[in-house]
Design a protein around this ligand. Sequence first.
Ligand SMILES: NC(=O)c1ccc[n+]([C@@H]2O[C@H](COP(=O)([O-])OP(=O)(O)OC[C@H]3O[C@@H](n4cnc5c(N)ncnc54)[C@H](OP(=O)(O)O)[C@@H]3O)[C@@H](O)[C@H]2O)c1
Length: 357
Amino acid sequence: MGMGGHFERSEDGDEGHIRALQTGIDLGMTLIDTAEVYGAGHAEEIVGKAISGRRDDVVLMTKFSAEHSRALDIAAALDGSLRRLGTDYVDIYQPHWPNPDVPFEETLGAIDRLIAAGKVRVAGLSNFDAGAGKQAVSLLRSGELACMQNEYNLVERTAERDLLSFCAANDVALVSYSPYQQGKLLKRSPQTELLFELASQYGVQVSQVILAWLTRISGVVAIPKASTEANVRANAQALEIIIDTADLARVSAAFDVAPSLIPCDQIDVVDASDDRTVYRSVEQALANPLRMSPSPRQLADEIIASGGRLQKPVKLRWHSQSQRYSLVEGRLKYWAWVIAYGIESPIPALIEDGKPE
Ligand SMILES: NC(=O)c1ccc[n+]([C@@H]2O[C@H](COP(=O)([O-])OP(=O)(O)OC[C@H]3O[C@@H](n4cnc5c(N)ncnc54)[C@H](OP(=O)(O)O)[C@@H]3O)[C@@H](O)[C@H]2O)c1
């Protein structure tokens, strides 16, 4: 993600991106994750160029978008991905996000048929919870689920609730996306101080301490995105680095912060840093002109039905000048929460860099 554009096509830096992926493969980082939505398809084209002539050296995982969760749409989406990737099969095919409008049986049945046709080797899920994982294991014809791909990093720890134990019990890999929290964990801040301290003590890089922490659990696979040669090499070398278990436990504890409860009316919804649009009012969210799926209304119903459980907290930034928070991530969740419980209700949130006392 971010190679070939975020959600719109960009050809900036194509050559460097292809080289970065190829360097990764040369160094043994042969699991490549992409999605039809990244760069509006261009990320898959870049991956296709990078693996050209060495398809069998890599394990290729891609995703179809939530709006393509119907059986016919999945088949068409896969054909598009295969064309862009320049291959006739993907190793792991994943729904990118749940779609409550489509029965899960239909989506998984369609993947089963693509497996039978030899176009997919095995199914995975992206952004689904442990309950959906259990359902998938029982619904899929082979009973085999390769992975659950979820955000899992030092600050986003929801996977520790029940996803990691589900994965361990069912021989499913937990694919940790945004392992560096999109680079934010690599910056010096009071919160990351311990990482810098350990990096200097062990003579390694902060990124490598983070990867050592993530992969301390067998069955967790991290998929950092790196577009420079130096970063690719650092990520590959992390596999050889050993950090004492006691130090990893210190890291675990230092970042294990319970979400705060912040009233929704103290949060400003601002433009996203990527090219995604945001709703500005609850009326707009209810009308859902962008046809988000699930819609904020549907997600609100799900949240109420689950007794106020969010799949993961929203992320906020504190602004001392205005004495308000801005929404960094979780636009759909934010509006769903407002629809469910009102604008004054407190929403579970992680505050980037914390709020100064
Ligand atoms: N399923 C989903 O919904 C979902 C959502 C988000 C992400 N993902 C997947 O997860 C992948 C990674 O997540 P992400 O891109 O969100 O964030 P990330 O991997 O946590 O962070 C990427 C950032 O870290 C930098 N970086 C990488 N290695 C580094 C190193 N060794 N030293 C210093 N900086 C380094 C990169 O810089 P350079 O690029 O300049 O090297 C980039 O700015 C995505 O590419 C995508 O495949 C999936």
